[in-house]
Structure formats: structure tokens, C-alpha cells
Design a binder for this molecule. Structure first.
Ligand SMILES: [Zn+2]
Ligand SMILES: [Zn+2]
Length: 280
């Protein structure tokens, strides 16, 4: 297991590996563009060279890209729907140029649609994204906190998307966000319940689909559908939950990336050190 965190690309993507090394991250995650939209800096061959030199210099070898926040693959508004499809495909292509391991994305919200209609729309969006894609960066779907009508909160919902006829032929994986799972009602506070949750994941989605973990404690109660991340051990999941998950045989092989608050420069190093300690 390697431990890392989400880092800033302020001043240029080439600054990310140094930002990661500075806080003791062994892997890292970035937004390759502003998460709120706006102009996008192209990935030129010069930038790739600079970025890869920085990766080497700071002894980083694996990183991930998170798609922007406005993604909604279930939207009935065509500009949002097709905009989301093209942005995710672009992030996969941009990631492939930079040598990114995987791009993870939220799926959006059902809005007025029924779950069945919404899933159909998400499935055909994913098929559009993957059609003809030849890059090396893998697409991951992130489990959601289930607030409102968010797509992909339960393992069953993710499985019905991943194993649909249109999507199952592609190598699409899952990013497991511990806060989102807990907010959805998966109780990972103790070893026994965490084992059960992962057993359930294996039965519905299959642990082979699990590629990485978003390590976040939760400000909200289990099943509270509140997507508010907290420092590791300071939230409602607590240390015992993270100790159990970090040492679970399926999760201990994966990369763990923090998305915890960054109010103080010490926040990231503290959370990273804590996870490193828990892994033993
Ligand atoms: Zn996310
Ligand atoms: Zn996350």
C-alpha cells in the first residue's frame, strides 16, 4: 500500500510531483484543469517532458487525475451530458500523455429521471467515452455519498453500470471513497463490519475491479448521505475503521489517496503519517 494525497497544480502541472514529495506522499492525485470549468492548458510534448523530469526528480511514479465537479452523465440537458462525455474522454487522453495510472470520475445525478432511466443514460455515456479509446490511463467510477439522487452510491448501482452490456466490454474500474461509502450506509467503523462491507463489494462488484482508495474520514453519521470529509481518525469512521481497512487484504495492496481538509500546511503530512503508521 502506498499513501498519497490530492495536490495542487498551481503554476503548472509540472509542480504536482514536487508538491506531493513535500508532504511525504508516495502517490498523488490532481485536477488536470480547474475543477469548476474554464480554459484548459494543453498537454504539449514540452510539458510532458518537464512533468516526467519532475516525477523522476521527486521519486514519484504513480499519479491519478480526478475529473471536474460539473460532470453529470445522467443529465437530460444535452450541453451538460455531451460536455461531460467529452471532458472525461479528454482527461483520459491527457492522462495517457502524462503517464497517469487512472482517471476517476463522479457520475452525476439522476435529477428528474428514475433510477432505471438514469442508469441507462449513464451507461450509454460511458460507452461513448470508451468507444475507440486506445490510451493507457484507466477509467474509474467513484462511489458517491448518495445525497439527493447521486448516481453510484450503492455497490448494486455501480455493478449494474459496470456489468451492463455496453460497459462490460471495457476495462473500467472503481475508486472506493471511504467517506462516501460510510455516508451511504456502509459501516466500516470496526474490523468485523468493514470485512462485511468488503465482502459485499466483492459479491456485487468484485474486488478485482477495485483499483484505488480515497481515504477520507466522515463528518457525517453512517447513512447520513453527507459528503463532508474529515481528517483520518477525527471523524465518525475513526481510527479503528481505518486500521481495519488499511490492513484488509484487498485494500492493503492499493494506493490510498487523501482528500481531507487542507486548512493548515501540517494537515497533509499528519494524515499521511497516520496512514503510514496504521499500515505498519
Ligand atoms: Zn471524487
Ligand atoms: Zn473521493
Amino acid at each position: 500500500m502506498r499513501v498519497g494525497t490530492h495536490v495542487s497544480i498551481a503554476g503548472g502541472i509540472e509542480n504536482a510531483p514536487g508538491n506531493a514529495a513535500k508532504v511525504g506522499a508516495e502517490v498523488f492525485q490532481i485536477f488536470s484543469r480547474s475543477p469548476h470549468g474554464g480554459p484548459v492548458k494543453p498537454i504539449t510534448p514540452e510539458l510532458v517532458k518537464k512533468f516526467q523530469a519532475e516525477m523522476k526528480k521527486h521519486r514519484q511514479d504513480t499519479f491519478y487525475i480526478h475529473t471536474p465537479y460539473f460532470i453529470n452523465l445522467a443529465s437530460t440537458k444535452n450541453n451538460i451530458y455531451f460536455g461531460s462525455v467529452s471532458v472525461i474522454r479528454e482527461e483520459l487522453e491527457r492522462g495517457s500523455k502524462l503517464g497517469c495510472r487512472a482517471v476517476m470520475t463522479h457520475l452525476g445525478s439522476f435529477g428528474e429521471l428514475s433510477e432505471k432511466e438514469g442508469i441507462k443514460r449513464v451507461v450509454s455515456a460511458l460507452a461513448k467515452i470508451m468507444d475507440g479509446y486506445r490510451g493507457k490511463t484507466q477509467l474509474l467510477l467513484e462511489n458517491s455519498a448518495g445525497a439527493g439522487k447521486l448516481v453510484g452510491d450503492t455497490f448494486n448501482e455501480l455493478a449494474s453500470i459496470l456489468y451492463s452490456k455496453q460497459v462490460s466490454k471495457y476495462d473500467v474500474g472503481v475508486c472506493f471513497d471511504t467517506c462516501h461509502a460510510f455516508a451511504t450506509g456502509y459501516d466500516v467503523r470496526e474490523k468485523k463490519s468493514a470485512n462485511q462491507v468488503l465482502k459485499q463489494f466483492d459479491k456485487t462488484i468484485g474486488l478485482k475491479k477495485l483499483v484505488m482508495v480515497h481515504a477520507n474520514d466522515s463528518k457525517g453519521e453512517p447513512g447520513g448521505h453527507l459528503d463532508r470529509h474529515e481528517h483520518i481518525g477525527k471523524g465518525k469512521i475513526g481510527i479503528s475503521g481505518f486500521k481495519a481497512m488499511v490492513n484488509h487484504k484487498a485494500l492493503s495492496k492499493l494506493d490510498w489517496v487523501l482528500e481531507t481538509p487542507k486548512d493548515h500546511p501540517k494537515d497533509d503530512p499528519q494524515n499521511i503519517n497516520l496512514l503510514k503508521k496504521l499500515r505498519g
